[in-house]
Design a protein around this ligand. Structure first.
Ligand SMILES: NC(=O)c1ccc[n+]([C@@H]2O[C@H](COP(=O)([O-])OP(=O)(O)OC[C@H]3O[C@@H](n4cnc5c(N)ncnc54)[C@H](O)[C@@H]3O)[C@@H](O)[C@H]2O)c1
Length: 248
């Protein structure tokens, strides 16, 4: 399948995990991909892998939470032509008991996951109106159900879902589609490095564990590619859980 031939796609969080898998999938299907991430090493590696596989990609070091970086990333893609899709997967997670979550941790998570997503959507929308393009944001199972030890993360991802639905409704008549993926139990750097509170009640872990076992990021990349392509033409304002039945 070459669903992204002659299409330019911006992928954030492309240096690792789901963003990386999405960048590879879209490039494999013919898309030209701007791989944006705060982790320079990660995006250099993914761009090299895409080139080796015969695809087309460039790296941009980018901080989703920094004002101006979103415009810079959109402008870079516009040097190639139109911006056909934005896949916004950059995000952070820290666990802490709600009553012990430091304000600076709360603010950092909200700044990256929610305010950063808003800034990127704002910067990309004029170009997506022109291209009648697609926007895919990273929500979470935590957007839909309570996440123990994740008060800031859950609030940020609930916000991402609400923000995305607002955009879907506001821009539908102008041809833009905005959707979320809600991954759950995907084995990536984000979950590998997670530290739990010392007194964590591990019986609550079932709330963040899928019924069919953890899966790699490719299972989400396939859904993202569908949403970003013409296969998703009549899907707008949707949240698609990719969680192995966790919330079923
Ligand atoms: N893994 C899961 O089970 C899961 C579940 C629900 C939601 N998600 C969401 O999916 C998205 C991708 O997560 P992942 O599991 O691939 O994690 P990951 O840690 O492997 O990838 C996240 C990427 O975002 C980048 N990033 C972090 N802060 C950034 C910033 N300020 N600016 C630019 N880039 C930044 C990181 O460098 C990293 O490359 C995230 O938004 C995450 O919240 C993941």
């Amino acid at each position: 399948m070459k669903r992204f031939e002659n299409k330019n796609v911006l992928v954030t969080g492309a240096g690792s995990g789901i963003g990386r898998a999405a960048a590879q999938r879209i490039a494999a299907e013919g898309g030209r991909v701007l791989c944006a991430d705060i982790n320079a090493k990660g995006i250099d590696a993914v761009v090299a892998e895409i080139a080796e596989a015969g695809g087309s990609a460039e790296a941009m070091v980018f901080d989703l939470s920094r004002e101006g970086d979103a415009e810079r990333s959109v402008a870079k893609v516009r040097e190639w032509g139109q911006l056909d899709a934005v896949v916004n997967m950059a995000g952070i997670l820290r666990f802490a008991n709600a009553h012990e979550t430091p304000l600076d941790v709360w603010q950092q998570i909200i700044n990256v996951n929610l305010t950063g997503t808003f800034m990127l959507c704002k910067a990309a929308l004029p170009s997506l109106i022109e291209s009648k393009g697609a926007l895919i944001n990273a929500a979470s199972t935590a957007s839909l159900k309570g996440l123990p030890w994740g008060v800031a993360y859950g609030a940020s991802k609930g916000g991402v879902l609400a923000l995305t639905r607002s955009i879907a409704v506001e821009y539908a008549k102008r041809g833009v589609r905005a959707n979320c993926v809600c991954p759950g139990d995907i084995q990536t750097g984000m979950v590998d490095g997670l530290a739990f509170p010392d007194d964590a009640d591990f019986s609550l872990l079932s709330r963040i564990t899928s019924l069919s076992g953890a899966k790699g990021p490719d299972v989400v990349a396939g859904v993202i590619a569908m949403l970003a392509s013409d296969d998703g033409t009549h899907i707008n304002g949707e949240e698609i859980r990719v969680d192995g039945g966790m919330l079923a």
